[in-house]
Design a protein around this ligand. Sequence first.
Ligand code: GRF
Length: 193
Amino acid sequence: MKKARAGVLISGRGSNMMALVEAAKAPDYPAEIVCIVSNRADAAGLAFAEANGIATKVIDHKAYATRDAFDQALGDYLESQRVDLVACAGFMRIITPALIRRFEGRMLNIHPSLLPAYKGLHTHERALADRAKEHGCTVHLVTDELDDGPIVLQAKVPVRPGDTAESLAARVLVEEHRIYPDALAMVAKRIKN
Ligand code: GRF
């Protein structure tokens, strides 16, 4: 089996990236994680990636005058690593259309809501404020609209009485770690066939 080469973009904790790395250790997983890129040098996930022998790269957005210049450098690095697929995993930068074009249909994102509900930030707080009965997470292809694009997989969780944003986020995160590896595998198989 020829595996798809995947790069993962992070900005912080990196727990979704870790779930992808762990899943990709299975011999029959259709993608290999070849590099982890962070826009922040202090991202906690970088140490995990290094410990797992995966190439890491910090590309600090503050070192670039424009969003376009940053995305050009990011795209150039990903192409230098010959990635077929890009997985955004808590990557807190808006991606420009020019970079999206370079990985059209091959760039994924995970969002902590049942899209199209609650695009943007503070999704758990907003679901609680609305007294939503259920909440969840979505893996989707990245398009020019923020937190939009074709849905690859979703998972629902119940909102329970007494939930706080933290308890709800923790329940959603368990599902994020389950569906992101499955979604990446689905897209990897699609592009390699
Ligand atoms: C996750 O909730 C993800 O859905 C959102 O940002 C968070 C990142 O967490 N986009 P982690 O860095 O993967 O632990």
